[in-house]
Design a protein around this ligand. Sequence first.
Ligand SMILES: [Zn+2]
Length: 407
Amino acid sequence: MSCRFCGSAESRPFVDLGMSPLCESFLAPDALDRMEPFYPLSVFVCSRCFLVQLAEYVSPEEIFREYAYFSSYSDSWLAHAASYTRAMTERFALDGRSFVVELASNDGYLLRNFVSRGIPCLGIEPAANVANAAAAVGVPTLVEFFGRRCAAELAARGPSADLIVGNNVLAQVPDLNDFVAGISLLLAPHGIVTLEFPHLLELIDRNQFDTIYHEHFSYFSLLATERILGAHGLEVFDVETLSSHGGSLRVFARHAGAEPPVAGAAVEALRKRECEAKLDSLAGYEGYAQRVAETKRNLLAFLIEAKRAGRSVAGYGAPGKGNTLLNYCGIRSDFLDFTVDRNPYKHGRFLPGTHIPIFPVERIREARPDFILILPWNLRREIAEQLSYVREWGARLVVPIPELEVF
Ligand SMILES: [Zn+2]
């Protein structure tokens, strides 16, 4: 396997989560008796450039052409988009003469904020079903995978972009060099690109191995991101840490040489933190697999003990990360009676691989389980509040990550 960025064939295993189905492929009842595709979830780190990555087991065409995820269903994500628009408009003085492009613009959840401010924009989105939803709210959208070819066509037609936005898209790009070269082509001489992605340092420090999915081909540190952007003539001049997705980075970059090269204090500080965590050598990536295996043993030990004592255990949520966790740990309805979710699309369906049934949230009150395993641990506070009524019958809540905790 060669590195998706530098092409080196030298790599080391980072963590192997075994075989898993695609984490968003929820099953209807009539699919339970059929074969289900499982793919390896085996992550490696490049020995030359230290990019943490998954081989392309599943093509992006297969995953992203018809996509079930609509950003506009998440209230917190909508608020995030509105505050981003406000901050960028002020900081970079965007107005009716500017041009904003978003890569993987989904259903227009973000760009509609620019539309309402009268700032010209364009979304680029490969999934036709979500792109149609964007057009319906007045966000011009091109149904296409972004890369060199798409960027060259757009740049030839003009104008080039004053701001390019890439939120949670970089990890999903199989051909990184083609994608970043496209950004460089489309970006105006003094334009800005901002990229948001889950931070590898958090994945390692906070044991977030369940955020590894087939949809996420790469896992980025700031150091790796700077190297990749740098190879295409882009330099990082600022970075912010965000709480989204368990800890993300927002990286700001521009053409190298567009301004005197000044990396802000935040960039320097984060580079230093990553070097202290040894992410600039293979040492920083060793030992992770053992910690992940220990997390699995702890969760199974808890479930075995609870089941032996005759207790019932239900899940809360049916997020992608839950499917990685449950498949890796081999937890099926022998341990978890059922799970619940607020999204009606999932009701009556089953989790991929583990075939655990998904019900509306009200099922918790009816079944009165002894323990409730919270799968979207990033929302634990919010969910614990919503579930405060389970104390009526003495139920306790469980989170598996970063460490097993019963509370
Ligand atoms: Zn490499």
